[in-house]
Design a protein around this ligand. Structure first.
Ligand SMILES: *[C@@H]1O[C@H](CO)[C@@H](O)[C@H](O)[C@H]1NC(C)=O
Ligand SMILES: *[C@@H]1O[C@H](CO)[C@@H](O)[C@H](O)[C@H]1NC(C)=O
Ligand SMILES: *[C@@H]1O[C@H](CO)[C@@H](O)[C@H](O)[C@H]1NC(C)=O
Length: 572
């Protein structure tokens, strides 16, 4: 083989530049240094791995997973067909397919037909192949995924050192554009019957078809715009699944991880442990955990006059009213005493001045200052019910006492009257459970907090029968609440622990970017929320319930203007 020819072939196919990373794995090429040299001239970072006597898995792992940036990496295989096969077996076995890795396989002496190569390579590997024929030209093949989801090769040009041709299509097409049209491919979708997200109907011939649901709307929209059809497969264990302690992967996640399914969508929470075996799309839906409790009962209106104030406030008001009488009495008494002593000493000195000098003060002293304590009590009470004060107050200390009392009574009266009106016009309810703090408080009233692993509806019925508080996802609880009678339940206003739902794809799947793009558009347009509302409204119509006012729910006819009004859903 000719190192010069080989290096010009690689330069032609890869067009290395400053930010290209190239890893060359070789097992028989002696002139490989020449190639490294020619790459280095163009500043491509080049790593050389040898595959004799056998390819080293740990080196391969490093080469395929150590990415610092979002760059692409080219893996060039200058190996015998057998070694090539071993390397691709390692890739499949360890799930190392990645859309950021592009493989270029160069065969000098094809011992394996091109058609054989495709049986052990899977979708997710972007592969270009240059195979030398007897005349010394290289046939260039590019990989594509067939209708039956098999990796296939098609010839896109012939290259030789003397007659350089341009390729009919790029060796490595851009995945985002490539997967914009699946060309009517049938994908396998792993899902379970899980209303309201994914409703499956089983036909007589044991075929499962998706009927309706939030996730069904999502996948149908994707299938329409990306031009694919899908077949629903239910995992045999009927689980959402994930990585188990013994390392096996179960459920829908397991089906996708083992590449028996292309996608899984069904209220699947994005978690770190699942991310280790599969890829997730961007989240398209967020569900939060909420506390559902029995709807608070209406409070008895006959006692409405007491509602405006708490019992502690009432006790304080009564005590203060009782104390004000004696206090006023005490003030006038002390003042009277003081003026008496002052007058008696003063009078002796001023007797000559004239009898009229302090006649007023004497008159005052004999008037209210000497009223009994019961008169004070009675008048203080008159003030608090806004009936006016009959006692004249001509001394400043007493005026001050009366003034503060008037001010206090006025404010108290205004607050009480206003609140009472509000209580009488709007029905008032017992304190609902709106947050986790409320739940703690409610435990003292005997409310038991419950969670469940299995079916929610049983727990929802218990909420009403046994007065428990059920902690669960919001979408599910709301829908079960509607079925059982929405007025019986109260959903907490505060929610917590939001869970993002995403579509599960095999790790390194080349179609994840296009799914992300489409999901982003759907979410921004408000379509996913609309489908959610559609499901809720369908149940409401079926159960014959009308939109109403629910305590703490806020879903009433009149809503404050919010950002989501700008979204499509409210135009309909
Ligand atoms: C390639 O592998 C096959 C079996 O997998 C073996 O029979 C054959 O001898 C190998 N060829 C070379 C050249 O190593
Ligand atoms: C979808 O795929 C089919 C099958 O290849 C093709 O005939 C059709 O033109 C495609 N539709 C669009 C809109 O590209
Ligand atoms: C099952 O029946 C449906 C409609 O009756 C048909 O479209 C589908 O191809 C059938 N599936 C199998 C496996 O026969």
């Amino acid at each position: 083989m000719e190192p010069t020819i080989l290096s010009s072939l690689l330069l032609f196919l890869l067009r290395p530049s400053q930010d290209t990373e190239v890893v060359i794995i070789h097992d028989y090429t002696s002139g490989v240094n020449k190639i490294v040299e020619s790459f280095s001239e163009r500043w491509a970072a080049t790593t050389l791995l040898t595959a004799t006597p056998a390819p080293d898995l740990s080196q391969l792992l490093v080469a395929l997973t150590s990415f610092h940036t979002n760059d692409l990496r080219y893996m060039v295989l200058l190996c015998s067909a057998n070694t090539t096969r071993t390397i691709f077996d390692m890739v499949s076995h360890h799930n190392l397919e990645s859309r950021r890795v592009r493989w270029l396989v160069v065969w000098e002496k094809p011992t394996l037909a091109v058609t054989n190569l495709m049986y052990y390579m899977r979708e997710g590997s972007m592969i270009g192949l240059a195979a030398r024929d007897s005349s010394g030209s290289y046939k260039i093949y590019s990989s594509f995924v067939s209708h039956g989801s098999q990796l296939r090769f098609e010839e896109i040009g012939v290259w030789n050192d003397r007659r350089r041709v341009s390729l009919r299509q790029p060796l490595f097409p851009d995945v985002l554009n490539l997967y914009r049209n699946f060309e009517g491919r049938q994908l396998v979708l792993s899902s379970l019957n899980n209303w309201p997200f994914f409703v499956i109907k089983n036909l007589e011939n044991a075929t499962a078809v998706a009927v309706r649901g939030i996730d069904v709307s999502v996948i149908n929209t994707l299938s329409y715009y990306l031009n694919f059809t899908y077949r629903v497969e239910v995992p045999s264990d009927g689980q959402w699944g994930g990585v188990q302690e013994d390392g096996t992967v179960t459920g829908m996640v397991g089906e996708v991880a083992a590449r028996r399914a292309h996608l899984a969508i069904n209220e699947i929470t994005i978690t770190a442990s699942r991310e280790t075996v599969v890829d997730f799309s961007y989240p398209y839906f967020f569900d939060s955990t909420s506390v559902v409790s029995k709807a608070p009962a209406e409070r008895n209106r006959s006692l409405a006059v007491f509602y405006p104030f708490s019992s502690l406030t009432w006790i304080t008001v009564i005590l203060v009213t009782l104390l004000m009488g004696p206090l006023g009495y005490l003030f006038s008494r002390v003042h009277h005493q003081l003026t008496q002593t002052f007058d008696s000493t003063h009078n002796e000195r001023s007797r000559n001045v004239g009898p009229s000098f302090d006649s007023g003060r004497i008159k005052w002293g004999s008037e209210p200052g000497l009223r009994g304590v019961e008169m004070f009590c009675f008048n203080m009470f008159r003030t608090i019910i806004i009936q006016g004060n009959l006692l004249p107050a001509s001394s400043w200390p007493l005026r001050l006492v009366f003034f503060s009392w008037y001010a206090f009574c006025l404010i108290l009266y205004a607050v009480y009257a206003g609140t009472l009106t509000a209580y009488l016009t709007k029905p008032s309810f017992e304190k609902p459970i709106d947050s986790l703090e409320d739940l703690l408080e409610a435990r003292e009233r005997g409310v038991v907090a419950t969670v469940t692993k299995g079916t929610s509806n049983e727990m929802m019925l218990k909420v009403v029968e046994h007065n428990t508080a059920f902690i669960s996802g919001m979408v599910g609880t709301e829908i079960y609440a509607i079925i059982n009678g929405r007025h019986l339940y109260h959903l907490s206003r505060n929610t917590f622990n939001p869970q993002p739902y995403g579509i599960v794809c095999p790790s390194g799947a080349p179609y994840t970017p296009i799914l992300n793009l489409m999901l982003g558009r759907m979410v921004h347009a408000g379509l996913v929320s609309k489908w959610h509302m559609d499901e809720v409204n369908k149940i409401k119509q079926n159960t014959g319930q009308k939109e109403g006012t629910y305590v703490g729910q806020g879903r009433i006819g009149v809503r404050p203007l919010a950002l989501d009004h700008l979204q499509v859903q409210y135009l309909s």
